[in-house]
Design a protein around this ligand. Structure first.
Ligand code: 6GU
Length: 298
């Protein structure tokens, strides 16, 4: 997969050279290019922002440098010309007639050869594990990191002629800019690419993969500061271990994220069996019912 990130703070993306994703790049599984937006400014001060039309606080990112940057990145170029291998997607050919363009609500609209342009924004679609899996199937992602109050809206409307534009959010809180969201996105997607995580089975056992939170985990020693590893995990009974893990994942989800249980039950009525429902009832959770009365410290 090729990923291009455009930002005024390229150093923010440096951690992607570390650990698993650094290794993925050295192995050629992830082809990451980080671009400095200021490379596409044309004035002496390399200006990227101006005051908001209509007044108000803060600054808005200028359309000119963004337009040039997204055109160049679409062609597989950086501010100084071509970088890396040619992009895999063909430019959209039938767009560009000035017709009204709409932003894609989700990345699953027909692919039509336009690469995805992901735009971090607290007003975007919430990134979740299902979306990360969808993105991992794409040959190419471009991430446009805004700062300040955001990017002039015309940049996204214009880019929609060449890209499938998808604003996305990490959650319901505000960051200073899109860079941390881009980091999170590239890590969440990159680890799903074939060969990036050594043991693919470990990908399936995680929180959010089965619509539930993951069970707690333990290692050696069996007793530490007076706290024991649960006996069942040392028993060697694989069936009992699996049941315990399922139960603990269910209990955690009921206590911390009952919204996930409601979503799971609504999406797939068979996802929770009688044994599951019995455990959940102990936590005070019943389908379509009320939340647990007393939050535990967990
Ligand atoms: Cl993606 N961007 C910004 N600026 N703030 C956020 C966010 C994204 N997700 C949550 N807060």
């Amino acid at each position: 997969m090729r990923v291009d990130v455009v930002t005024i703070f390229p150093d923010y993306l440096a951690p992607l050279q570390l650990s698993l994703l650094g290794r993925a790049q050295r192995l050629g599984l992830l082809d990451l290019h980080v671009h400095d937006l200021r490379g596409w400014t044309e004035d002496r001060h390399r200006t990227v922002d101006d005051t908001p039309a209509g007044g108000g606080a803060g600054m808005v990112m200028l359309p000119e440098p963004w337009g040039l940057a997204l055109d160049a990145v679409h062609r597989g170029e950086g501010a100084g010309g071509p970088v890396g291998a040619a992009p895999t997607a063909e430019p959209g050919s039938d767009a560009g007639d000035g017709a009204a363009v709409e932003l894609a609500a989700a990345p699953d609209e027909p692919a039509d050869g336009r690469p995805l342009l992901l735009v971090p924004s607290p007003s975007g679609r919430r990134l979740d594990q299902a979306m990360a899996h969808e993105l991992a199937r794409e040959p190419r992602l471009v991430v446009a990191c805004g700062r300040y109050e955001g990017i002039d809206e015309r940049v996204l409307l214009d880019a929609a002629q060449r890209y499938r534009v998808v604003p996305f959010s990490l959650g319901d809180y505000v960051l200073n800019g899109g860079e941390v969201a881009a980091l999170a996105l590239v890590e969440a997607v990159g680890r799903l690419l074939p060969g990036v995580v050594g043991n693919p089975a470990s990908l399936l056992e995680e929180s959010h993969e089965q619509g539930l939170l993951e069970h707690p985990v333990y290692t050696r020693p069996p007793r530490w500061r007076g706290l024991d590893v649960p006996d069942v995990l040392l028993s060697g009974h694989h069936g009992q271990v699996a049941r315990w893990r399922r139960d603990e994942g269910l209990r955690r989800t009921a206590r911390r994220r009952p919204d996930l249980l409601e979503a799971l039950a609504a999406a797939d009525p068979g996802a929770l069996d009688r044994a599951d429902l019995a455990v959940l009832a102990e936590e005070g959770w019943v389908p379509g019912g009320r939340r647990p009365a007393a939050p535990s410290g967990d």
